[in-house]
Design a protein. Structure first.
Length: 638
């Protein structure tokens, strides 16, 4: 299949009218607000009066008639809509839908402060809205989880897509622990907020602090199969427009900055490159075809210009998966780009790293190369393309995944009668492995013990280690006080294979909330205030971080940490696995290497005698998963 089998359409899947109370379309009383307004629209805003509902008509008209978009979705916030308003929006989506000319969707923004924002798109115009908050008969508020949203869609047989956006913003980060591949097909990688590709990327959001481990690439590294789309998130009824006529006050005037904040602007600074758009390869311009293309991830994101992008891995299109059994497979990659403005460069990315960069300096450019350097080191690799123009505009293809079948494994056959064990290597895996025979394994869980101590002590910093398997460890860091109290510090990790960080009970606001930084190489810093009471969901006297580590069980894994409690070292109230520290900075042992082991070379087969007192055998490396090599434990008595 080729991209020539489809038509290419451009549109905006994320636009707001004044039905959203934060909307600033014509019709708002701009003189009563703290904002700046562009001179080109002042007269319209002062002289033209529109009701909230009329701004929906204005939005559709602007998208179709003035910008020439092929499709648009009005995604006003769920909490701002009554059921009657939702039915009105569905009716307008139905009225403006013209198959072959202009596609609309009945959609809304599921605006959860606890779990992050997802836009919900329906294929029909009759399904009910499902809000992120509901109230019981006593008026008590309950935050609905993404799982409940997906269950509602499934149980009611509603054809829908849910698209997370601005995932890393501290004001409303997307909780990536929730993911449903049936509905979460793509992620919005760019909008007027900024670019959300990876932590620290150019044009990262300036209007809010951002959290590492929450970006689009972080979701891909979790193993999620997500394509990329762009949207405006315009609240001014001008989807697809390069001009943002209004700049609002960004936050309240009296606040405290977090010491780890890297940017601050008092007014909303829009993405200087423009607004995001989604490009879709579809058979025709109908709801069904557009919906199907998004579901198949045959989409890409652009900002600034309508860039035409084609990306192949061995003739597979964006969003597709390739399953290979030949472990010497070297994929052939092709990229074709056409742009209204001069191209600067094309970058091909594998697993988050640039593997090919081609400087073009023309309006058209093609890249073709074979990835000869690839060595399978986990069950799949993903590839995508980043295009950057000379004027800063850019595009991102959806990924293509290469999945390795029967990648590699050390197979074991135990002969209990003769007390011998045989090893067989299959697939691509290191022939040099470490083997240890032990009489016991300790899978410690000091978190329960530390939790008991946390409950008994009024304040302090607590480090606890949970070993969930032979090669996985969780380091839980907790800070507690009965009054407002600040904890700053760092930990530098050593000896790990890879790791992931999740905040625990953080205050989520634009600026001045809790923050952590992560260099993705083992150095993590934090600035956390317990009992800060910054908003109505910041109610915790215990906060912290969870660090999930993949390790080699035969290596020492540890961290060096230092903490300031309200600006001072406090070794008397810092605990590691329930014991007070006796040095500063202090060491946190995450893994003591297994004792004696043999390093053996397995070509096709290797035979080893089982020591008489051994109950378990540990092998490393033994197999692969989505994140790399794994160890395995064998119970020799069973």
């Amino acid at each position: 299949m080729s991209y020539s089998d489809f038509n290419l359409y451009f549109g905006d899947l994320h636009a707001h009218s004044n039905v959203s109370t934060c909307g600033v379309c014509i019709g708002r009383d701009v003189l009563s607000r703290d904002l700046y307004i562009h001179s080109s629209v002042i007269k319209e805003y002062l002289n033209k009066r529109l009701s909230d509902e009329e701004t929906i008509e204005s939005l559709y008209s602007f998208a179709k008639e003035e910008i020439g978009l092929d499709f648009v979705a009005v995604t006003d916030h769920d909490f701002t809509m009554s059921d009657d308003t939702w039915r009105y929006m569905q009716r307008k989506a139905y009225e403006w839908y013209e198959p072959g000319k202009f596609v609309t969707f009945s959609a809304y923004e599921w605006t959860s402060r606890l779990y992050g924002h997802r836009n919900v798109y329906y294929l029909s115009d009759t399904a009910p809205i499902f809000r992120c908050i509901r109230y019981d008969e006593n008026g008590v508020r309950k935050f609905v989880t993404p799982n409940e949203l997906w269950r509602f869609l499934k149980e009611n047989n509603i054809k829908a897509l849910t698209i997370p956006h601005h995932p890393s913003l501290t004001q409303f980060p997307v909780n990536w622990d929730y993911y449903n591949p049936e509905f979460d097909k793509v992620v919005e990688i760019v909008s007027i907020w900024g670019i959300f590709e990876y932590f620290g990327n150019p044009f990262q959001c300036m209007t809010s602090d951002s959290l590492p481990r929450y970006f689009a690439l972080d979701a891909l590294e979790r193993g999620y199969r997500l394509g990329f789309v762009g949207g405006s998130d315009s609240h001014d009824c001008r989807p697809g427009d390069k001009l943002r006529p209004i700049r609002k006050r960004n936050l309240y005037r009296d606040f405290n900055m977090n010491s780890l904040s890297q940017i601050f602007v008092p007014y909303f600074v829009h993405n200087p490159l423009g607004v995001g758009l989604t490009a879709i390869y579809a058979k025709n311009l109908t709801r069904e075809a557009i919906f199907d293309a998004i579901s198949k991830k045959r989409v890409y994101a652009t900002i600034g210009e309508k860039i035409k992008l084609e990306f192949y891995v061995d003739n597979r299109l964006m969003g597709e998966e390739i399953t290979v059994r030949d472990l010497d497979y070297k994929p052939m990659i092709r990229v074709n780009v056409e742009s209204p403005k001069k191209i600067d460069r094309i970058e091909v990315i594998r697993n988050g790293k640039v593997i090919c960069q081609n400087v073009c300096l023309e309006n058209t450019c093609s890249v073709s190369f074979r990835d000869e350097k690839i060595k399978p080191s986990r069950k799949y690799n993903y590839y995508y393309v980043r295009v950057i123009l000379r004027n800063g505009s850019r595009a991102w293809s959806s990924p293509i995944w290469v999945i390795y079948k029967d990648l590699g494994k050390i197979n074991v056959k135990i002969d209990e009668k003769n007390k011998r064990i045989s090893f067989f290597k299959t697939g691509v895996i290191s022939p040099r492995i470490k083997v240890a025979f032990v009489d016991k394994l300790i899978f410690m869980d000091r978190f329960l013990e530390t939790g008991y101590i946390v409950n008994r002590i009024d304040y302090g910093a607590f480090f606890s280690i949970t070993r969930t398997s032979i090669d996985e460890v969780i380091l839980r860091i907790r800070f507690k006080d009965i009054k407002k109290s600040n904890y700053r510090g760092y930990i530098k990790l050593y000896g790990f294979n890879n790791y992931m960080v999740k905040p625990f009970n953080f205050a989520i606001i634009k600026y001045g909330g809790d923050l952590f930084l992560d260099d993705y190489h083992g150095f993590i810093k934090w600035d956390v205030t317990v009992n800060s009471r910054l908003n109505d969901i910041d109610v915790y006297n215990v906060k912290g971080l969870d660090i999930y580590l993949r390790i080699n069980p035969f290596e020492k894994v540890y961290g060096i940490s230092e903490i300031l409690h309200d600006g001072r070292p406090d070794s008397m109230n810092t605990y590691v696995n329930g014991k007070k520290i006796n040095a500063y900075p202090f060491e946190v042992i995450l893994n003591e290497p297994l004792g004696k082991y043999r390093e053996v070379l397995i070509d096709n087969k290797f035979v080893e005698n089982i020591p008489p007192s051994s109950r378990y055998m540990v092998l490393y490396p033994a197999t692969y998963d989505e994140h790399g090599v794994r160890a395995e434990v064998y119970n020799l008595k069973n």
